[in-house]
Ligand binder design. Structure first.
Ligand code: FAD
Length: 413
C-alpha cells in the first residue's frame, strides 16, 4: 500500500508533541466505554463505526428502556470457555464504578426487580444521548460509515483499512465490533475476522438469549398464551413468563435459559411450580369429586388457562373431552398432574441470529490479559465486549460486560 494513501501516517515535525492515536473499531456499548476511558488518558481517540450512527443496539436494549446493568452481577452470571476471565473486570471496573460513571454523565437510574438497573427516564435514548454528550465533551472523533475490512501491523502501530475509502493509522487498536447477534443493528461478526488475522482463535458461535424452536404443534396451538412457569433445561431452571409461539417457546424464562443451551433435547415446564406433585394430584382428585358432572373440556376452567388445560387433557386422554370429568381414572389424574409439573417440549434448535440478543462464544479469552484486555499475541491490540468469548445471563449482565471490558481496554490502550 503506497504511503500516500495512508491518512495521518506522516511523521510529525521535529519537536512536536506526539499524541498517541487510539482507534476503536465499533461504536457499540463497549466501544463507547473504551473511547471515553481512552480519551481520559489523553491522546487522540477515534471511533470507526460501520453503521450510520453509533450505539444503535443500545437503543434496542431492555425493550427500549435499556437494562444497563444488574446490581447482582457476579462471575456466576457469565459463560464461556473461561468465565473466570470476567474477574479482571469485576476487580477493576464493575457495577459500582459503572453506576458512578453514569451518574457523572447525568444518567439518573433506578433498580427494579431482580436487581435490574434502568435509567430513571425509562428511555434507552437517554443513556445513548448522555454517552454521546460525554464523547463530544471528551473530544472523541466519531467516523461513521467506516466498515473496517482489515487491521494490519505497520511499524510500531497499525493500519486500518475500510471496505471503501482511505486507510488510517493508529498506535493502538481496540476491537469492539460485537458478535453476530442482531446483525440489523450493525454487528455482523466481522470483528472475528479482524482478530483472526492476528492469530486469535474463535470458539464455536451460537445465538443466545433467543427463542427456542420446538417440535410438534403443541406450542403453535397455544400461540399467544403466556404462563408463569419454572422452565428447566438439563440442570438449569428459570422461573418466569413463558410465551407459546407458532415456532416454539419464548418469554423471559426461556430467553434466560438459552444462555445455558448447548445440545439439550428437552425443555420442561412446571406450570404450577408453587405446588408439589402430590399437592397438584390431590387438587385434581378433589376437583374430580366436586366437578364430576361437568364435561372434561371445562375441567380446568378456573384453575389453569382454559386452552392450556384442554391441550394437556388432549395430550393425556385419547377419548373426546365431552366425557364427564367424573370418569377420569386415578391413573389419568396422576398422568395429568405429572404433565402439569413436567410438561416436555422437544427442542429443535434456537431461532436465528436475527432474533438473538447475544452471541455465545467468541475470541478465546485465554489469548487476552483479563486485567487490561490486551491481546497476548499482538501488543497494542485490545478487544472488548461481545466479540470476546463471554456472554451473560438475561438482566443487564451483557451491557455490564460491555461497559467494563470497554472501559478497561480504553484505559490500558
Ligand atoms: C434487542 C436486544 C436487546 C438487548 N437488551 C439488553 C439489555 O437490556 N441489557 C443487557 O445487558 N444487554 C442487552 N442486550 C445485549 C447487549 O446489547 C449487547 O451484549 C451489547 O450491546 C454488546 O456491546 P458491544 O459493544 O460488544 O457490541 P455491539 O453493541 O454489537 O456493537 C458493535 C458495533 O461495532 C460495529 N461494527 C461491527 N463490525 C465493524 C467493522 N468491521 N467496522 C466498523 N464497525 C463495526 C457495529 O456496527 C456495532 O455498532 C440486548 C441485545 C439486543 C439485540
Amino acid at each position: 500500500m503506497p504511503d500516500a494513501q495512508i491518512r495521518r501516517l506522516r511523521s510529525p515535525p521535529m519537536g512536536a508533541v506526539i499524541l498517541s492515536r487510539t482507534a476503536v473499531i465499533g461504536g457499540g456499548a463497549s466501544g463507547i466505554a473504551a473511547a471515553l476511558s481512552a480519551a481520559k488518558s489523553g491522546g487522540e481517540v477515534t471511533i470507526y463505526e460501520r453503521g450510520p450512527r453509533i450505539g444503535r443496539k443500545i437503543l434496542a436494549t431492555g425493550n427500549g428502556r435499556c437494562n444497563m446493568t444488574n446490581i447482582n452481577a457476579s462471575e456466576e452470571h457469565y459463560h464461556g470457555a473461561h468465565p473466570e476471565f470476567v474477574r479482571g473486570a469485576v476487580n477493576r471496573f464493575w457495577v459500582g464504578e459503572t453506576l458512578d460513571f453514569f451518574s457523572r454523565i447525568g444518567v439518573l437510574y433506578k433498580v427494579e426487580d431482580g436487581g435490574r438497573v434502568y435509567p430513571y427516564s425509562d428511555q434507552a435514548s437517554a443513556v445513548l444521548d448522555s454517552l454521546r454528550r460525554a464523547l463530544a465533551m471528551s473530544g472523541v472523533n466519531i467516523i461513521c460509515g467506516f466498515d473496517v475490512r482489515s487491521v494490519k501491523k505497520h511499524g510500531g502501530g497499525f493500519i486500518i483499512t475500510p471496505y471503501s475509502g482511505s486507510p488510517v493509522k493508529a498506535d493502538k487498536v481496540i476491537i469492539s465490533s460485537g458478535g453476530k447477534a442482531a446483525p440489523d443493528l450493525g454487528s455482523n461478526g466481522g470483528g472475528y475476522e479482524l482478530l483472526k488475522s492476528f492469530g486469535h482463535s474463535i470458539t464455536s458461535l451460537r445465538p443466545s438469549l433467543v427463542q427456542l424452536k420446538t417440535r410438534g404443534d403443541t406450542a403453535k396451538r397455544l400461540k399467544g398464551i403466556k404462563v408463569n412457569a419454572k422452565a428447566s433445561l438439563g440442570d438449569f431452571c428459570e422461573n418466569g413468563e413463558v410465551l407459546f409461539t407458532d415456532y416454539g417457546l419464548s418469554g423471559p424464562a426461556v430467553f434466560s435459559l438459552t444462555s445455558r443451551y448447548c445440545s439439550q433435547k428437552l425443555l420442561t415446564l412446571d406450570i404450577m411450580s408453587e405446588y408439589s406433585f402430590p399437592e397438584v394430584a390431590d387438587m385434581l382428585f378433589e376437583r374430580r369429586s366436586r366437578l364430576g358432572n361437568i364435561p372434561l373440556e371445562d375441567f380446568f376452567t378456573g384453575m389453569l388457562n382454559k386452552r392450556v388445560g384442554q391441550t394437556i387433557l388432549k395430550a393425556v386422554i385419547q377419548s373426546p373431552l365431552s366425557r364427564g370429568a367424573g370418569t377420569l381414572t386415578d391413573a389419568e389424574i396422576r398422568t395429568i398432574a405429572s404433565v402439569i409439573k413436567k410438561w416436555g417440549f422437544e427442542i429443535e434448535g434456537t431461532m436465528s441470529w436475527n432474533n438473538a440478543q447475544v452471541t455465545k462464544g467468541g475470541a478465546r479469552t485465554d489469548e487476552f490479559d483479563p486485567e487490561t484486555m490486551e491481546s497476548k499475541l499482538e501488543r497494542g491490540l485490545f478487544a472488548a465486549g461481545e466479540v470476546l468469548d463471554i456472554d451473560g445471563d438475561c438482566g443487564g449482565y451483557n451491557l455490564q460486560w460491555a461497559w467494563s471490558s470497554g472501559y478497561i481496554a480504553g484505559k490500558n490502550a
